[in-house]
Design a protein around this ligand. Structure first.
Ligand SMILES: NC(=O)c1ccc[n+]([C@@H]2O[C@H](COP(=O)([O-])OP(=O)(O)OC[C@H]3O[C@@H](n4cnc5c(N)ncnc54)[C@H](OP(=O)(O)O)[C@@H]3O)[C@@H](O)[C@H]2O)c1
Length: 255
């Protein structure tokens, strides 16, 4: 299958690196120099700057521009594409339909893990494209089909924003270690190792069971855990998902 990327920034590069072994790839961008650099890094692809108009009939488009670029870009795209797979944050399928003509539409939300081919990507849209969308986005990590855009907006607050929340946890744990007298670099190594070992644990177990396995009666974990409860960390995390969802809905109305 041939895929047509529009945009050649960070997200496009991550996807192309994952997809190039199994798909024919052409990339449309607006900057000849960055397109040439991409072609030098991944010679199998073809690259092209977008002219006044570009015929999109029958193409399978992976839309990788910033949401605000749609307005400038869309008048240049003519014809009816076969499919649009969009990675644009906060841009509804209704909005995509008003900008680019296609038979079918998919909306996705990859996350920063894509840069290491470890994205947690959520996907929704025309059910006929479910299998092809999952195979495309499984190339940059793990992907999950959701049954509505509403669910995707909720999931965005978890997987999309999640790296920022986990970075806060990582930084705070390291700061706590430094506060108690551990060197900064050692604190960083401790936290990196912790996250590394936690990934397979959380992939295989319910979080409550992991917590119970570590927390012995009257022990150190129980003491630390009680401090987190006093700080309302659990409730703040739940509020973070609620507030991110509210913001996602607000942004979707604007786009
Ligand atoms: N990065 C993430 O972790 C992440 C996560 C989830 C979703 N997303 C979504 O992914 C999309 C892309 O993000 P990104 O981080 O890859 O952004 P980016 O690095 O800025 O890439 C955007 C690309 O689009 C190109 N572009 C802009 N306007 C264009 C136009 N009119 N015609 C052709 N090309 C055009 C840009 O060209 P120039 O080089 O000339 O500017 C650039 O190559 C965004 O909509 C974002 O919401 C990103």
């Amino acid at each position: 299958m041939k895929l047509t990327f529009i945009g050649n920034g960070n997200m496009a590069k991550a996807l192309i690196e994952g997809l190039v072994k199994n798909y024919e790839i052409e990339v449309f961008g607006r900057n000849r120099a960055t397109l040439n650099t991409l072609k030098e890094t991944i010679p199998q692809i073809t690259v092209k700057t977008i002219d006044e108009t570009e015929e999109m009939s029958g193409k399978n488009i992976i839309l990788c521009v910033k949401p605000y670029s749609l307005l400038e870009l869309s008048p240049k795209l003519t014809g009816e594409a076969n499919a649009v797979y969009s990675v644009l944050a906060g841009t509804s399928i209704e909005s995509l339909k008003s900008h680019i003509r296609a038979k079918k539409y998919i909306r996705t939300m990859p996350n920063l893990g894509a840069s290491h081919l470890k994205s947690m990507t959520t996907i929704t849209g025309d059910i006929e494209l479910k299998e092809s969308a999952l195979s495309i986005f499984n190339e940059i990590g793990r992907s999950l089909w959701l049954s509505s855009e509403n669910e995707l907006d909720i999931a965005t607050g978890v997987a999309g924003s999640g790296p920022a929340y986990l970075a806060l946890v990582a930084e705070a744990l390291a700061d706590g270690a430094v506060q108690q007298g551990i060197k900064r670099l050692d604190a960083q190594i401790l936290v990196q190792g912790l996250f590394d070992g936690f990934a397979p644990l959380i992939a295989n177990d319910n979080p409550a069971l992991i917590k119970d396995a570590v927390m012995s009666p009257g022990g150190t974990t129980a003491a630390g855990y009680a401090a987190l409860e006093r700080g309302n960390v659990r409730s703040a995390m739940m509020d973070a998902i609620g507030d991110a969802y509210a913001k996602a809905k607000e942004l979707k109305e604007k786009n």
